[in-house]
Structure formats: C-alpha cells, structure tokens
Design a protein around this ligand. Structure first.
Ligand SMILES: [Zn+2]
Length: 186
C-alpha cells in the first residue's frame, strides 16, 4: 500500500491510476486549508465519484490547521521563500512533508516539473532536504505524456472526469486560471 496526496486533479489522479493498474493499492490523503484554493468542494466531489468507481478506501482527511510543524520543515520552507522559489513562507509543501512524517511513510504526489518549474530546483537528483519524504513519480512527465500513457493503459476516460481549476464557477472550470490554461484538451 502507498499513500498518495490526491486532489482529484489530472496529475495526482494519473498517479493513482498508474499504481492501481499495477496492482498496488493506494490510500488517498487530502489536506484541507493548506493553501487558499477555492475549489475544495469540487475536488472532494470528483474524488468521491472516482473513488467510489474504483472502490478506493476512504481518504484520510487532514486539516492543515491541526498540524504542528517541525522546526526543520518551517526553516526549509522559509529558506526556499527567501530564495524566491516559494511565494509564501509556508505552503502546501510544508504541510505535506509534516503529514508524511506523521504517517511515518513516504507519500506519493502528482507534482510535475511541467506545472511548477521550481519543482525541478527542489527535487533535483542531489536533493536530500525535508521534502525528500515526498515521492514524485511524475516529476519528469508532461501532461501530454501522462495522457498518452493513460490512453495506452485504458484509463484516459477517468482522467477526463478530473478537475484542475482553482476557481470553478458553479462546479464548472473557470477557463481563465493558470490550471485551466494548462489543462489538456481531452
Ligand atoms: Zn480555472
């Protein structure tokens, strides 16, 4: 069994399906309030629908406000912030690293260098800081490459049910945010 930070978005859903297809069970984890995203209810709705169709175990829901961050995690987040890599002193990475520690396990993510250019700075081959508890199998893949794998392996239709918008309007993608701009036509 592997833990996965699953958001119901394209990237993390790809990771979910890739592992399940290989017979490796996934325990989804979702952190509330780890940033100021305004799409939580849509993400939860999409995950409930996909999760039920795949018979996934119930996701572990964590509230970031209840996580007590270790000092080394705070320090490293501040360090990336001071280098201009993180926009904020504390962001989702800090909470994800902390929660992984509490689970006592590496946790998969759907992060890609495609979505966040700075990911490659952090998760380079020589990196050994606090975020190395996150395992990023898609870091070197583009969305197009993921979609092509999904088509070959027969789960592209599930990727089409995902939501990747930061500011949905009445449950529909806004068509204007950064995430909508990156969304593949499927
Ligand atoms: Zn949008």
């Amino acid at each position: 069994m592997r833990y996965l930070y699953w958001s119901g978005g394209f990237d993390s859903t790809f990771v979910l399906l890739w592992y399940i297809t290989r017979g490796i069970p996934i325990q989804p984890v979702y952190i509330l309030n780890c940033d100021n995203r305004r799409n939580v209810s849509e993400e939860l709705r999409v995950m409930d629908k996909i999760g039920a169709s795949l018979k996934l175990p119930p996701k572990i829901l964590v509230n970031a406000r209840n996580l007590v961050l270790d000092q080394d995690i705070i320090d490293e987040c501040r360090c990336w912030h001071s280098k201009g890599v993180f926009h904020k002193k504390m962001n989702q990475f800090g909470y994800m690293a902390q929660m992984a520690r509490e689970l006592g396990s590496k946790v998969l993510t759907g992060f890609t260098g495609d979505s966040f250019a700075y990911m490659n700075k952090i998760f380079g081959p020589s990196y050994s800081g606090v975020f190395s508890i996150l395992k990023n199998p898609t870091i070197h893949l583009t969305k197009e490459e993921m979609y092509n794998i999904a088509k070959k392996e027969g789960y592209a239709h599930i990727l089409r049910e995902t939501i990747s918008c930061w500011r949905p309007i009445r449950g529909q993608p806004c068509g204007e945010c950064e995430m909508c701009m990156e969304r593949l036509p499927m």
